[in-house]
Write a new protein. Structure first.
Length: 427
């Protein structure tokens, strides 16, 4: 019998698509507020331009490479959205193929720009645009296909609900590779205070947008208006709340004062600077009970804080702590699926009512090994490909701005300072 599209599922996923789209300008504000005043435009334009460039790339070939048939990468069936139908449901769903492709586009847009938090002040605009296009084709699309598009890793039994591997591990470990390849900022080496963050109100505004959008990011990944979507949203919120408590206490103890920006960072937890918790809960938010989400939040608060603290003690210049947040958070969250998911009884035909996502994934040593294997493979691929890609770009064109441009990066690179100051002279 012909499958029928669900109006409620369609409305829900359309709304979630808008929420995830809204996260991109939210990330621009968050990162823009965290960097120094004279580099804020440069940071925000690198985020915002992805809406255009990566949106068109996904339409042209990204969706086909990610969700076309194939073991390692997709075929060319969906080039230019050919064969993407608006009246036919995507397999096993009740939303159209067109809506599925559009929702996935939002993930493809926001993933590469997570790395801008690491490479702050160190990449000119043209090389940056080339970089995110090539990175999407060489890292994001292959791993999206591997984990969500029927690739070998998915067939192996690796589970990832909303992007622990596909989004956060790829971007986080690629960010580390890019930071090493580009080298540190001179000011970082010299120990110069960059006056970051330059605007706490902008950081708070970006935090609110990201928190709001993340319900669509995780809840929408159920791709249906059902109990799994509700659990995913609940788990996201609880994990973020717990991470706020853990990070907040640690920061208060270390700094001797309660501070707003670290609390914003902790509660957003999954998309931006030092925000780690949702990064941890994202891959498993649809597979675990709320009580396990609280545990995941506590884990994230400690582990990701430790990762950020560790990297800041090394010469690596990860400007906004993307590796500790996304790389470590996404990787550990994906592995925790094997520990915190439902028990094996939830795989049975007559499963208990308490099961969160019946007939999907169950906790156990075997699943931990499978999840770890997928994570390690992703880390190795993402790191090596990104390092080689950045070094290649540095060989064929000037990538880093000149040191003479550093002081006033917005004016030098874009002719568009973030703030205009007008002298008011007494008459």
């Amino acid at each position: 019998m012909k499958e029928v599209l669900s109006q409620s599922d369609t409305a829900f996923v359309v709304a979630c698509t808008g929420l995830v789209l809204f996260m991109t300008p939210g990330l621009a504000l968050f990162y823009g507020g965290l960097v120094r005043e004279r580099a804020a435009t440069d940071m925000m334009i690198q985020n915002f331009v992805a809406l255009g460039i990566l949106g068109m790339l996904w339409y042209a070939c990204g969706f086909s490479l990610s969700f076309g048939a194939g073991t390692w990468v997709g075929d060319f069936k969906y080039l230019m959205f050919n064969n993407v139908r608006k009246y036919e449901p995507w397999p096993a769903l009740k939303i159209s193929e067109e809506l599925f492709a559009l929702f996935q586009m939002m993930f493809a847009i926001i993933t590469p720009i997570l790395m801008t938090g690491t490479i702050a002040d160190r990449m000119r605009f043209a090389p940056y645009c080339i970089f995110i296009v090539l990175w999407s084709l060489l890292v994001y699309c292959p791993w999206c296909h591997q984990v969500w598009g029927g690739g070998f890793v998915q067939q192996m039994g690796v589970w990832d609900f909303a992007g622990g591997i596909v989004v956060h591990a790829t971007a986080g470990w690629s960010a580390l590779a890019a930071a090493i390849a580009l080298g540190p900022r001179k000011s970082k080496v010299d120990g110069v205070d960059l006056a970051e963050p330059h605007s706490v109100p902008i950081v708070v505004t970006g935090t609110g947008i990201l928190w709001f959008g993340w319900f669509g990011f995780n809840g929408g990944s159920a791709l249906s208006l059902n109990e799994v979507a509700v659990t995913a949203v609940t788990n996201s919120h609880l994990a973020a709340a717990m991470a706020t408590c853990v990070w907040g206490v640690i920061d208060w103890m270390v700094m001797r004062k309660p501070r707003l920006v670290p609390m914003c960072i902790a509660c957003v937890a999954g998309l931006v600077v030092r925000t780690y918790i949702r990064k941890v809960v994202t891959p498993m938010c649809g597979y675990i009970k709320p009580s396990m989400a609280v545990l995941a939040g506590a884990w994230a608060g400690g582990v990701c804080y430790g990762a950020v603290y560790f990297l800041n003690k090394t010469p690596v210049d990860d400007a906004l702590d993307v590796w500790g947040v996304h790389g470590v958070g996404g990787a550990t969250g994906t592995i925790l699926i094997g520990l915190l998911s439902d028990g094996p009884e939830c795989l049975e035909k007559n499963n208990p009512e308490y099961c969160v996502f019946p007939h999907s994934v169950a906790a156990g040593p075997k699943q931990v090994v499978i999840q770890t294997t997928g994570v390690v493979a992703c880390i190795i691929w993402s790191f090596i490909v990104t390092f080689v890609l950045v070094k290649f770009l540095m060989l064929i064109m000037p990538v880093r701005p000149d040191e003479t441009q550093f002081e006033n990066l917005d004016e030098e690179l874009h002719g568009e300072p973030c703030y205009q100051y007008v002298s008011v002279m007494a008459s």
